[in-house]
Write a protein that binds this ligand. Structure first.
Ligand code: DHB
Ligand code: MG
Length: 221
């Protein structure tokens, strides 16, 4: 097996289960034109988020790390008409591209973009008394992943689904001596998630068109 087989198989799966419409394709084009890194989730991962959202009956969703809104579009499309998604983005220029992409995808009224450092925005949401979320998708900067998890657990209810992207990093999580802040962040996160009480949790490694990585999935009891 090699990367070509993984990519072709990912393509086979997405052709069957995760076909992108024009709005999703245009979102990626707009992101590239705006000079954003192409670190969006894959179509199959987008479909996985939709499956999980439907499984937990998600109506109130939080996303950390909007980038250009590609994953936001997948997620928001899994919500009922009165569903609401708050997505947090550090970079104002990315948030602006995301706003265009999200509105173009027909789910604009469901999505609020909050601009700022995720930890600052989370503190603000807590102050505002935001109700528990049904689903939380973490895909922002990796060093504070453990703090995002702690916040997520405090703002969950039984049945809340917590998903975290990029927790394997091409297997670099195996390097206990890594000095990469992103790797160290997800190592700390994986250990905290494994030790967390009151959740049923797992990490699955992902292979496909993108780098070998992994996704953490937890459901709160
Ligand atoms: C990076 C971040 C991501 O969220 C991702 O999916 C892939 C890479 C990064 O910062 O390198
Ligand atoms: Mg990611």
């Amino acid at each position: 097996m090699n990367q070509q087989v993984f990519a072709a198989t990912d393509n086979y799966i997405s052709t069957l289960f995760a076909e992108e419409d024009e709005a999703l394709k245009e979102a990626l084009e707009n992101n590239e034109a705006a000079g954003m890194p192409a670190i969006d989730i894959s179509p199959v991962q987008g479909r996985l988020l939709q499956v999980l959202a439907h499984m937990c009956g998600a109506r109130h969703v939080l996303e950390l790390g909007t980038l250009g809104g590609y994953s936001t579009i997948w997620l928001a499309r899994a919500l009922p008409a009165d569903g609401r998604l708050i997505t947090v983005e550090l970079m104002p220029e990315y948030a602006s591209v995301a706003r265009t992409n999200i509105d173009r995808a027909g789910i604009g009224e469901k999505v609020a973009i909050r601009v700022g450092r995720a930890l600052d925005v989370l503190a603000m949401l807590e102050k505002e008394g935001v109700p528990p979320f049904d689903m939380i998708f973490m895909d922002a900067d990796k060093p504070p992943y453990t703090e995002y998890l702690e916040w997520a657990l405090r703002h969950s209810r039984p049945g809340t689904v917590i998903v975290a992207d990029n927790v394997i990093r091409g297997g670099r999580v195996l390097d206990a001596n890594s000095s990469d802040p992103a790797v160290k962040g997800v190592q700390r996160f994986n250990e905290a998630l494994a030790a967390a009480k009151g959740v049923t949790q797992v990490v699955i490694q992902t292979i496909g068109a993108k780098e070998h990585d992994g996704v953490a999935i937890a459901v709160v009891s």
